[in-house]
Design a binder for this molecule. Structure first.
Ligand SMILES: Cc1ncc(COP(=O)(O)O)c(C=O)c1O
Length: 459
């Protein structure tokens, strides 16, 4: 093993001893993850695919983790990884940040219970804080997840407009329910049929497809044409302002979308579940200077615990006021005290001077290092990055929307990702990579050595 590779796999500074086993070749990942394989064989008997969420599955079997700290994960076989998945984005302070753990402990201690089932002070305190950032004269409700936040925002928009049709963008993901899954990931063959609603999951009723209008991201002319043609039926327009968290919008596109929806009084919903506190401190709406009517949040605002929120115009949110008796929104666990506390200290940390800029700088340095390696080895690939998230697409086309990503070779990406796993870099194959405050310069440097090893094998 080369000296640099030995450095790469030396014991982690704050990791437990014994654990950091060198993983030398991508094929070794199979040999070194026997515990994960055994778990997968067992778990498949009780959990479809051996997982609790489809997104957590990958071939030949997902790696099973046992311990985490900062930017590191350790699997059940004792292999160490630098984590670039961070639970699909939320853990922007890394794993087990001391202030987050303390906030959880203190809240449990002070409350003497996990939850009250009544209003409690942290709810309004956190709501006021999020509203100050996103919609100072607005209102909000908490939910338990990003999916739930989007679901209720869309329901509220329908209640406001008293019309049924949801306009959403091809390739945008808003959560695992039939209505939000329409056209979220059409195959190449499906895409060839044109921009028409495609079921995103078996069992989707026809009326769901009939009540969906599909739009093309970053194509203002066609988007406007479609919205105008269906304006009378539309309840809302919902989008990820940063598509799949790594494809940037044109500012004019977002502005044009804002104007056309405003002109027809159609609520514009920004799903900032992913982009919230990942593009900047705040949302894509701050970075691009466009204010939606409703914003949905999740992931980071729970500080690593389950939490979502939908917020925005008070006249729309007030429809949910129970004294009106018109609209039902409920959730046993919404406003979960320890999630409020963990979320608030996460924002405290992120809001410290220089902190967010620090993650941005680390992301840029990792991305430019990967681009350099790919180009030195003459590998055709794109590394689209927005804020603290990036992806790797084996394609010659710079992606501007979902259709462009269909030109990328997904199998190559999975092969690359298995190589990364074999070299101690944890990515969920084919998914974006996320950074946190815990990814320090040394971690980035070592990660780039791992990327170099994979690129060398790959070329
Ligand atoms: C943009 C976006 N919206 C909604 C969701 C769903 O959030 P959750 O998994 O918390 O339900 C996700 C999850 O990845 C997401 O990326």
């Amino acid at each position: 093993m080369s000296r640099s590779r030995q450095r790469l796999y030396r014991r982690g500074r704050d990791g437990p001893p014994r654990m950091a086993k060198p993983v030398s070749k991508s094929s070794d990942i199979i040999a070194r993850t026997k515990g994960s394989k055994a778990y997968a064989d067992r778990a498949r008997k009780s959990l479809p695919g051996g997982v609790t969420a489809s997104v957590k599955y990958f071939d030949p079997y997902p790696i099973v983790m046992k311990k985490a700290k900062g930017a590191r994960l350790w699997d059940v076989d004792g292999n160490e990884y630098v984590d670039y998945c961070l639970s699909f984005g939320p853990l922007i302070l890394g794993h087990g940040h001391p202030r987050v753990l303390k906030a959880i402990r203190d809240t449990l201690q002070d409350a003497g219970t996990t939850m009250f089932g009544t209003p409690h002070e942290l709810e309004a305190t956190y709501a006021e804080r999020l509203l100050r950032i996103f919609h100072p004269d607005g209102k909000m409700r908490f939910a338990l997840s990003g999916t739930e936040a989007n679901l209720h925002a869309v329901r509220l928009a329908r209640a406001y407009r008293r019309r049924p049709v949801i306009a959403k963008f091809e390739g945008h993901f808003h959560g695992g329910i039939d209505e939000l899954l329409v056209s979220h990931a059409p195959s190449k063959t499906e895409a060839e049929k044109g921009l028409v609603p495609m079921s995103g999951s078996r069992g989707t009723p026809d009326h769901v497809l009939e009540n969906t209008l599909v739009l093309p991201f970053n194509d203002l002319q066609e988007t406007e044409r479609r919205i105008k043609a269906r304006a009378d039926d539309l309840a809302c327009v919902i989008l990820e302002p940063v598509e799949r968290s790594y494809i940037a919008p044109d500012r004019e596109f977002l502005q044009g979308l804002r104007e056309i929806t405003q002109a027809h009084d159609i609520p514009l919903i920004f799903d900032e579940v992913m982009s919230g506190f990942r593009v900047t401190f705040g949302g894509a709406q701050h970075a691009y200077g466009v204010t939606p009517d409703l914003t949905c949040l999740g992931k980071i605002i729970g500080g690593g615990l389950p939490c979502g929120a939908f917020l925005g115009r008070a006249d729309i949110l007030d429809i949910a006021d129970p004294t009106n008796g018109e609209f039902f929104h409920s959730s046993t666990f919404a406003g979960y005290p320890i999630a409020m506390a963990a979320g608030m200290v996460t924002l405290d940390e992120l809001g410290k001077r220089g902190t967010f800029d620090g993650i941005l700088a680390k992301t840029r340095s990792l991305v430019s290092g990967i681009e350099r390696l790919l180009s030195e080895h003459r590998i055709t690939a794109q590394v689209p990055v927005v804020g603290t998230v990036f992806s790797i697409l084996f394609s010659s086309r710079t992606p501007r929307n979902y259709r462009d990503t269909l030109t990328a070779d997904v199998e190559e990406r999975k092969r690359f990702d298995l190589g990364l796993l074999g070299h101690g870099v944890f990515v969920k194959p084919a998914k974006p990579l996320y950074l946190s405050t815990a990814h320090d310069d040394l971690t980035i440097h070592r990660s780039l050595e791992a990327f170099e090893a994979v690129v060398t094998e790959f070329a």
